[in-house]
Design a protein around this ligand. Sequence first.
Ligand code: SF4
Length: 162
Amino acid sequence: MYPVRIWAVRHARFFEGVYRIFEPVILKLHPVWNSVGYQRAEKPVRAVEKLSKGFLFDCKMCGQCILSSTGMSCPMNCPKSLRNGPCGGVRANGNCEVKPEMKCVWVQAWDGSQKMKGGDKIHVVQLPVDHSQKGTSSWLRVARKASEQKREEEKVSQPLNK
Ligand code: SF4
């Protein structure tokens, strides 16, 4: 869905807003994921994520989404899977050296990030992709991580409250 992907980057500000609303909802649903079991929730949530993000962003389900740091341009569409900027082979017209018919995902990422309020996040150095997460839901991962972090913070603050 290359044209849709390009369109999504052009509307990166809009999708940033959508994610700002969507993320707290996913986090608030933690008790639901917890009672169903994250393992069991994985299959249906992954299916919805794959369908929606696949359509909009050509998502490859890496399981560690960084769209909000890359101007809504999925870095996994880079033939070299670069997560921290373009290689040295970007063509003069801004296209990819491996797929000359395709805009470099990092040229796109820069354009998209310039439209976003939090576009500065493009400067954050990303960790290398963890291939063991491939095919899993990054939404559930975010929810689980946030709840674990909250639990840790509560543990640390407990002695202070006594
Ligand atoms: S960064 Fe990963 S989860 Fe996010 S759209 Fe790309 S492949 Fe999908």
